[in-house]
Design a protein around this ligand. Structure first.
Ligand code: ATP
Length: 299
């Protein structure tokens, strides 16, 4: 659905995207994570056709995006800083969207009044930050895009509204195979929503995996031995992090569960626990592996 091949983007000699390749399946929710300044917003703006890449291809349904009205009328980009025309009411903005997006669904717009419950005659700039975010979602869901690109989308929404919006997103993905790309630092939210994850650092994609594979590929193990830790114990394991706490050795290791378990058991530890990691923990350890580490992490 979205094919990004060897894309580069520079700003004033700063290489922000460095030969990045990434594929997003139709009907999936792709979570784009990464360090500050990694290039996530730039990548989203390239996907949305707001920026033109310096090299490489960005195709949506096999068509280039930049200056392509055909693709753009089926795509919505929701930036982290929202923009609406000055002094415009929700109704007027809906009227504008209706003329831009051929798949605008008026019935849905009316129905979503029950969800968002804001007077359509209100001027958008007079609404609170969270209410403006609600309006952006209301308009986007009514426009029925094939591709929905969101940059830090749930910031400013209260917990109830977050859940409602997440349900609407998932519903559109399930019912009409909308493709969603989300960049967020809220990893719990990403973990809830996304089926695939890409992690960016300094303009490159350092990991791209299905969320389930990512989670089944990194494990936290705690072991204790009767005597000292056998010298060859950590050899043969792909260790992202290790820490000795008294007699317990805590390590974060990459690899398949069966391989790790059989390796550990060979050394006959007195205690052995294997625990799953949250996406937030995986993110922190993987970033540590590319030199972006927190010193003395306490887990
Ligand atoms: N329009 C621009 N002109 C010049 N430099 C830019 C521009 N947009 C982004 N940059 C630079 O590109 C780099 C990546 O920025 P970007 O906003 O894409 O990162 P990000 O991953 O979204 O970061 P964050 O998580 O902090 O929001 C930064 O060094 C930023 O200063």
């Amino acid at each position: 659905m979205i094919k990004i091949s060897n894309v580069c983007k520079e700003f004033e000699d700063l290489e922000v995207i460095k030969g990045l390749t990434l594929h997003i399946q139709k009907g999936s929710i792709y979570g784009l994570l990464g360090s500050n300044g990694a290039g996530k917003t730039t990548l989203l703006k390239l996907i949305a056709g707001i920026y033109r890449q310096d090299a490489g291809d960005i195709l949506i349904n096999d068509e280039p995006v930049f200056e392509n009205v055909n693709v753009k009328k089926k795509l919505i980009f929701m930036p982290d800083a929202l923009y609406f025309f000055p002094h415009t009411s929700i109704q007027q903005m809906a009227h504008f969207y209706k003329h831009i997006y051929p798949s605008w669904n008026e019935e849905r717009f009316q129905k979503l009044k029950e969800v968002f419950q804001i007077d359509v005659h209100k001027k958008i700039h007079r609404l609170s930050k969270g209410m403006q975010r609600q309006v952006a979602f209301w308009l986007a869901f009514s426009a029925m895009p094939d591709v929905f690109v969101l940059d830090e989308p749930l910031d400013g929404l209260d917990a109830v509204m977050r859940q409602k919006v997440k349900n609407l997103l998932v519903q559109d993905v399930a019912e009409r195979e909308m493709t969603v790309v989300i960049s967020s630092h809220n990893l719990r939210e990403v973990e809830d929503l996304c089926d695939s994850i890409g992690i960016m650092h300094r303009g490159e994609l350092i990991i791209e995996k299905a969320l389930d594979d990512l989670k089944s590929d990194v494990h936290k193990i705690q072991v204790a031995f009767k005597g000292k830790v056998p010298s060859r114990f950590l050899e043969g394991l792909n260790v992202l992090y290790k820490e000795q706490r008294g007699s317990v050795l805590l390590s974060i290791v990459r690899g398949k569960e069966e391989h790790i378990v059989s390796h550990v058991k060979r050394f006959e530890p007195a205690i052995f626990d294997m625990l799953p990691l949250t996406l937030e923990e995986i993110f922190i350890y993987e970033m540590g592996d590319v030199g972006y580490a927190i010193e003395n992490i306490i887990v």
